[in-house]
Design a protein around this ligand. Structure first.
Ligand code: AMP
Ligand code: ZN
Length: 464
């Protein structure tokens, strides 16, 4: 089946034809100075779904995800403090301690979301030399120049600067007119910054003690692992006007060819119809959702209900609705799993074609979920269960491991079923203390849990 993806660069859906036998893909990773929020996680659910879709259609994939542990300043441009250094000062720790701590939590979050991790995880601080060499080369070939506070990329030398966002007006988000600046053009951006003596993270360079800017890391690491032109570059929509525009400009100036054929971007998550906001307390993490009784997989299912290029409005009501719908899928699946009946091959083929066409068309996962729901309404059959598991290779919902024996559960009060489900998730997360606490709670209420290989049953406690 022919795959089509929306390319931000051409602003249209294009047929996907990889350059070589393995699809090469770069994803902008997190800046590890605090917990990743659910908006960040949408970007990685999108990355995961794209990787899974490519694999589902038989492609080999080689992906890179970077970890920004230096250089991302507090205003996303060339001003303010380094985000990690700022967090380190606040928490009285070393910057790399902060980065390590939040990187570990980030990967735990990916794991609970059943996210397929890219082949290369590249930390910026492990690639200072590659970044520095790129920067020196850009100075030497005339695309970059030195000011008092750093090395800047001269956007007036990049003829097509602004082509990704379509904004060549000079008014884009990253542009600042700073009267004290020696920048030649307001949109020029820092490749390298001279470090003030008290700046914690600094390295030697031809310009003295200094540190890299944010954008250069992705160009340098993509070049190192994926070569000059690779297949797909992904990230959140906020990266289009600044970070990715800058990446394209500096990579093209360095390699004299385009860095990626496809630029794919996920839209933002909003909360209660607006921007996530610290002051309103709406910058939720997966842990915040867990505290309210929702698990990572509910959130992933919730992400799947809206196309990745559409804004996704997060409310707890919407998450609860997604949760209910996910439960219906699980309960129906467990019935199909127990059946010995086989469904007509042509009927199944038709569902598979519908599902495949949906996801091949720029990852229309909501439509794919609709196909799954309709298929589950067929008379109970083991072949429906098996095809659903094939679909799950794309959805990544762990449908084979999360299940409840629905028949037995139907006689169990919902409140008990909810606690049992929460306990099962704690068990999957290896939080055995919490899992045991919930088991005791269930037993005090007159029920017991019997674990099986990858499911569980709730039974009435024998009171004799
Ligand atoms: P950062 O750690 O800020 O570099 O962001 C990591 C990833 O999350 C990037 O791809 C961002 O574009 C993406 N991102 C940030 N906020 C949101 C949001 N509210 N919704 C979706 N993606 C987001
Ligand atoms: Zn990046």
């Amino acid at each position: 089946m022919k795959l089509k993806f929306f390319n931000t660069l051409s602003k249209s859906k294009e047929s996907f034809n990889p350059i070589g036998s393995t699809v090469k893909m770069y994803t902008c990773g997190p800046t590890v100075y605090s917990h990743a929020h659910i908006g960040n996680m949408r970007a990685y659910v999108f990355m995961d779904t794209l990787r899974r879709t490519l694999k589902y259609f038989g492609y080999n994939i080689f992906g890179v995800l970077n970890i920004t542990d230096v250089g991302h300043l507090t205003d996303d441009g060339d001003y303010g403090d380094d985000k990690i250094t700022k967090a380190a000062k606040q928490q009285k720790k070393q910057p790399l301690e902060i980065a390590k701590y939040y990187t570990e939590i980030f990967f735990k979050d990916l794991q609970t979301l059943n996210i397929d991790t890219p082949e290369i995880i590249a930390r910026a601080t492990d690639h200072i030399d590659e970044m520095l060499q790129m920067c020196i080369s850009l100075v030497n070939n005339g695309f970059a120049y030195q000011t008092e506070d750093g090395i800047y990329f001269d956007v007036s030398k990049a003829n097509e600067y602004g082509k990704l966002s379509g904004d060549k007006s000079g008014n884009k988000a990253g542009a600042r007119v700073d009267i004290n600046s020696q920048k030649r053009n307001p949109q020029d951006f820092a490749l390298w910054k001279i470090a003030k003596p008290n700046h914690i993270m600094q390295w030697d360079s031809p310009w003295g003690a200094s540190f890299p800017g944010w954008h250069i890391e992705c160009s340098a690491m993509a070049h190192k692992y994926l070569g000059t032109t690779f297949d797909i570059h992904t990230g959140g929509i906020d990266h289009v006007p600044v970070h990715h525009e800058n990446e394209i400009a500096q990579s093209e100036a360095f390699n004299n060819c385009k860095p990626a054929n496809f630029w794919m971007h996920n839209e933002f998550i909003q909360v209660d119809g607006g921007k996530m906001s610290k002051s309103l307390g709406t910058v939720y993490t997966l842990n915040d959702l867990k505290d309210r009784g929702f698990f990572a997989m509910h959130f992933k299912y919730f992400c799947h209900t809206t196309h990745y290029r559409k804004k996704l409005n997060f409310t707890f009501e919407a998450l609860k609705a997604a949760n209910t719908s996910f439960d219906r899928v699980l309960e129906s699946l467990s019935q199909h799993r127990q059946s010995n009946i086989k469904t007509n091959v042509d009927v199944l083929k038709d569902f598979k074609t519908q599902f495949d066409s949906a996801i091949a068309d720029d990852l229309n996962i909501p439509l794919g979920l609709g196909v799954l729901h309709t298929m589950l309404k067929l008379p109970y059959s083991i072949s429906v269960f098996e095809l659903a598991l094939q679909f799950d290779a794309v959805l990544g919902l762990g449908l084979n491991t999360v299940q409840v024996n629905a028949q037995k559960c139907s006689t169990i009060p919902q409140s008990i079923a909810d606690i049992a489900k929460a306990r099962w998730q704690f068990k999957i997360d290896k939080n055995f203390i919490k899992a045991d606490e919930l088991r005791k709670e269930i037993e005090q209420k007159g029920y017991s849990i019997v674990d099986q290989k990858d499911s569980y049953e709730i039974q009435l406690l024998d009171k004799k």
